[in-house]
Design a protein around this ligand. Structure first.
Ligand code: PHE
Length: 573
């Protein structure tokens, strides 16, 4: 007799769990920045188009695959044809690699919650408070803009405070600063001169110093290990304990946990939006964030950015939503659920942007520079700029702790959704107990994460992130739409969705799945290969690193194939 598959405690629990997976660090640190970079309001238009034409249709697809086959990704594709099981493992593999580094970022947030309580990141506070930020977060060209050198100073010589060498003040540092042997930073009524950018950074110190140098101990390349950071190990271990505990009994535990891990970050986000927009200068930041540059709608770059942000943010292409869909009860509403999840995620991202940009606007105002000089993304935003801004405000410790609590609660359900997707795959195949599958998968991922606690950690994280998002995710989505759209049939799947939905979807869905999404993805893959976009910006990838990244991508299907051929003991095998 077939065992009854576990299900969600309620529809709300399922919707919250899917929303919890979708909302995450991507909403707070990726979305605002990408929006600003791609023309504000114009990007939002493209984002919503991609959300409705690609993101939400894919959510419906993934939910319905899981619901129909009652298995996580590998089992679902095996049911289509055993020859495709490897593909399901490939999808789970992408999820597995992501959770490995996602837990690292959660670990940092754990540590930073503590740092916030003690304001540990501002250790060298006081000396150059405001100037530090400006130089740390801008490249050479921007720095030159900062250095609006008064005419009266041009040509004057002075001694570099760092190297004690003579320097000359130049009129147009943007031309070729190093050519003059001088880098000038005019700020806060003072003029600082340096021979190299490194000197300048060393002298100024920067809030980034604490994060990159002291906290992470970043080395110069992924081949240079640096020190093992024990504090990171502690934060990382705590993060893993939290992740594993949240999915300990599968949907039963998750159904309860998500009320906390979705509603708390939402409430905190509201606090940060209100706090942000009540600061002076907030309007300036918000207009930076949202002023539409309509001409950008004609650029391929904007659409590419929109579609990849939609995929990443909705957590499609990681095997998660298939697993989550498989726990849906027989009677459900696939289409409406997908709509709710997609819209909730977009709204959260939009508010994330408001919170971030209003604070950046305030910061820019207090420094007297344009907002563009204080904008950053990725770790630079969450672990450098934002903490620094918080420090300047009243009740810094409280808001600091709340900010990292928000990041943690945002991230934890993304992390455990990934773990659950892989755990459910293992459990489906080998019929192990949930706890055992959890410990095996979580334990393995924990071990793989350990090298990322050293000075080379952020480099590895960067490579993994780049390859999994640019290629792993896109290949999985491409496979899904080809297998269902062209293999088993989009129309058949659409009818299945409609049989299990109050909300009926039209024939447009087939067009999205068969044509629009595959074409979009093929375009994405080609552009990625051409442009080699690097998500975390600051650590340019070199060719060996690309080799390493490709190796992961090539290994995943091979490992997937091995797992597919392994003998299973699960239901229906
Ligand atoms: N959707 C998550 C975010 O926006 C990221 C994520 C991707 C989480 C894949 C889990 C899996 O941050």
């Amino acid at each position: 007799m077939a065992a009854i598959r576990e299900t969600w405690n309620s529809r709300t629990a399922f919707v919250l769990a899917a929303i919890g997976s979708a909302i995450g660090l991507g909403n707070i640190w990726r979305f605002p920045y990408i929006t600003y970079e791609n023309g504000g309001g114009a990007f939002l238009v493209a984002y919503f188009v991609c959300l409705f034409l690609a993101g939400i249709p894919l959510l419906m697809l993934e939910f319905s695959i899981g619901h129909k086959f009652q298995q996580a990704a590998p089992g679902s594709f095996r049911k289509i044809t055993p020859r495709l099981e490897w593909f399901g493992w490939f999808a789970a593999g992408v999820g597995f690699i992501i959770v490995t580094y996602y837990a690292i970022i959660m670990g940092w947030s754990m540590n930073y919650t503590y740092e916030a309580a003690t304001l540990g990141w501002e250790q060298e506070e006081g000396v150059y408070a405001d100037t530090r930020y400006a130089i740390a977060e801008t490249d050479l060209e921007d720095m030159a803009v900062l250095a609006e050198v008064p005419d009266s100073l041009v040509g004057r010589s002075f001694v570099s405070p760092v190297t004690a060498e003579p320097c000359v003040v130049c009129a147009d540092p943007a031309g070729d600063m190093t050519g003059y042997g001088t880098i000038l930073v005019a700020f806060g009524g003072h003029l600082y001169g340096f021979n190299t950018v490194d000197d300048a950074n060393a002298f100024m110190g920067s809030p980034g110093d604490f994060f990159f140098n002291e906290f992470l101990g970043v080395t110069s390349s992924p081949w240079d290990m640096g020190d093992f950071k024990w504090p990171l190990f502690i934060g990382f271990s705590l993060a893993w304990i939290w992740i594993v505990a949240s999915v300990w009994k599968g949907t039963r535990t998750v159904s309860k946990v998500v009320y906390f891990t979705v509603l708390v970050p939402w409430a905190l986000l509201v606090v940060f939006v209100i706090r942000g927009i009540s600061l002076s200068g907030a309007g300036q930041g918000l207009s930076f964030y949202l002023t539409p540059v309509w001409s950008n709608l004609m650029s391929g770059k904007l659409w590419l950015a929109a579609i990849s942000q939609v995929f990443f943010s909705l957590s499609v292409g990681f095997a998660i939503m298939i697993a989550y869909g498989s726990f849906l009860p027989k009677k459900t509403n696939i289409a409406a659920n997908a709509m709710i999840v997609g819209i909730a995620d977009a709204v959260t991202a939009f508010f994330g942007g408001m919170a971030v940009f209003s604070a950046l606007g305030h910061h820019a105002e207090s420094l007297g520079v344009p907002v563009s000089h204080v904008v950053s993304s990725g770790p630079g935003l969450a672990f450098v700029a934002y903490p620094h801004i918080i420090t300047q405000l009243p009740a810094a410790r409280l808001f600091g702790v709340l900010f990292f609590l928000m990041l943690l609660t945002l991230a934890v359900d993304s992390a455990f959704s990934l773990l659950e997707a892989v755990t459910a795959s293992v459990k489906d195949k080998w019929n192990t107990s949930h706890g055992k599958a959890n410990l095996i998968v979580g334990g393995l991922s924990f071990l793989l994460g350990i090298p990322m606690l050293t000075g080379m950690g952020i480099h590895i994280l960067d490579i993994a992130d780049h390859f999994m998002n640019s290629f792993g995710l896109t290949l999985v989505v491409l496979g899904e739409v080809l297998i269902i759209g062209w293999g088993t049939g989009a129309e058949e799947q659409r009818q299945y969705i409609n049989r299990n939905s109050g909300l009926q979807i039209g024939i447009w869905w087939n067009v999205c799945i068969r044509w629009l999404i595959p074409m979009g993805i093929i375009w994405m893959i080609f552009s990625e290969i051409r442009e080699r976009a690097v998500p975390y910006g600051s650590f340019g990838l070199r060719s060996q690193e690309f080799l390493f990244g490709w190796l992961i991508i090539i290994l995943l299907p091979i490992v997937g194939d091995l797992l597919a051929s392994a003998k299973g003991r699960g239901e229906g095998l």
